[in-house]
Ligand binder design. Structure first.
Ligand SMILES: *[C@@H]1O[C@H](CO)[C@@H](O)[C@H](O)[C@H]1NC(C)=O
Ligand SMILES: *[C@@H]1O[C@H](CO)[C@@H](O)[C@H](O)[C@H]1NC(C)=O
Ligand SMILES: *[C@@H]1O[C@H](CO)[C@@H](O)[C@H](O)[C@H]1NC(C)=O
Length: 384
């Protein structure tokens, strides 16, 4: 063996000369260093996500869903001070739900009264009463994205067109006449379009989300869970059903405050005025958003959706819809729950219930500087 190796060296020396051997060594050194650095990157990932095994084992054994988050014990910087309106929205909402006397809140008027009216209201929910967990899926869709809607109706959504087990509706806003023609057609043919008369634009997304809550409470009050997704998301319904079964075995207190998805613990508003997500200090004065869930896919129970719907009229709007819901959650004392099942990219993507099918104008989850693992993250932890 060593003889043969010696012969290789001799041979290499004859062919390459000393300079050739030198460069070969340098080459291997570089490859080695590269491998080491890749390895380190992997180590960092494992380090930052080391609480994940709690979730994967729970998945495997199908014991109650892991409600611990990737960052279970940390407290996030989430100061929003007296973000208007400044009053105890949590008590107000609870008192409203429990039909308590509301005279203590009689001076308080909503700051976002409902401004818009429906163009289309979709068909009301009529679940089969035997279905255990009735699921409403609200798909936020740009009016012009009729191909994305068609794709959903033809692929994973096809089985649920009767709305007996899962009800799927699309949330749209007003658009120019030539696009509206198609929307009219879809609305009549499928009766799955919810549309209000505000302008369909990215910066009006918060209105669209609010419309979703209102519609869900008015026309789908029997849904036990409400899932919001973007129109370019493909849902693995089997995984979703298992996930919901797991959730439903959790204590009632968790279900009543359910707001679960891909957590963005320390998102920062974009202050660059050419950004699509630009937020001025007038619009939102703080350096961080409260922890919130990426808008691409997140799940709520009927009760938590009701709490959000009741609180929204009293919480000043911001034009980034998912960040806004983080503010509402904060006001309600509801803690967003992070789950790997919503991490549609990254190391654990194979666990995810949701896959991006491409880039629709609603793609949000992977936007720069807004992932859970960015380096500024530690700035917003308290005490670590
Ligand atoms: C109104 O607020 C006061 C003081 O916070 C409290 O003592 C009282 O119980 C409240 N009344 C109702 C009906 O909630
Ligand atoms: C949002 O919708 C309203 C009502 O249609 C409209 O006046 C406003 O211009 C829209 N905002 C944006 C940023 O498109
Ligand atoms: C954006 O910000 C730059 C510098 O901060 C300023 O000069 C510019 O006028 C702003 N543009 C707009 C449209 O506000």
């Amino acid at each position: 063996m060593s003889l043969r190796f010696g012969r290789y060296i001799c041979c290499a020396y004859r062919r390459l000369g000393i300079v050739g051997i030198y460069f070969t060594c340098v080459y291997f050194l570089i490859v080695y260093l590269l491998l080491i650095s890749i390895d380190n990157t992997l180590h960092i990932d494992v380090e930052t996500t080391r609480n994940i095994p709690i979730q994967t084992t729970a998945l495997a054994t199908s014991t109650p869903m892991p409600v611990t988050t990737i960052f279970p014990s940390k407290t996030y910087y989430m100061e929003i001070g007296d973000y208007p309106l400044a009053f105890d929205i949590k008590s107000f909402v609870e008192d409203t739900i429990q039909e308590h006397d509301l005279t203590n809140y009689s001076d308080i008027a909503p700051i976002n009264p409902r401004q818009f009216t429906y163009v289309y209201r979709a068909r009301k929910c009529r679940f089969d009463p035997k279905v255990k967990h009735k699921l409403l899926i609200l798909v936020k869709s740009a009016a012009g994205n009729r191909d994305w809607r068609r794709k959903i109706r033809k692929t994973w959504g096809a089985e649920y067109s009767d709305g007996k087990t899962i009800k799927i509706v699309f949330l749209l806003a007003a658009t120019e006449e030539e696009t509206q023609v198609f929307v009219d057609y879809e609305a009549r043919k499928f009766r799955d379009i919810v549309q209000e008369n505000f302008l369909d634009s990215y910066r009006n997304n918060t209105y669209k989300t609010i419309m979703g809550y209102n519609w869900a409470m008015e026309f789908c009050p029997t849904a036990s869970y409400v899932l919001f997704i973007d129109d370019d998301i493909r849902v693995n319904v089997d995984k979703l059903t298992t996930h919901i079964d797991d959730i439903s075995r959790q204590p009632q207190q968790i279900i009543d405050n359910l707001y679960i998805g891909l957590l963005i613990p320390c998102g920062e508003p974009y202050r660059d005025n050419i950004s699509k997500w630009y937020i001025s200090y007038d619009e939102y004065p703080h350096e961080f958003w409260p922890p919130y869930l990426a808008g691409g896919a997140f799940l709520m129970s009927h009760m938590s959706a009701l709490k959000f719907q009741l609180a929204i009229p009293y919480v000043t709007l911001v034009s980034i819809d998912d960040s806004y819901l983080g503010i509402v959650a904060k006001k309600l004392g509801i803690r967003p729950i992070d789950s790997l099942m919503y991490h549609s990219s990254g190391v654990y993507a194979s666990l995810s219930i949701f896959q991006h099918q491409g880039k629709s104008s609603y793609k949000r989850i992977d936007r720069d500087g807004d992932t859970p693992f960015t380096s500024h993250t530690k700035l917003c932890f308290i005490g670590t």
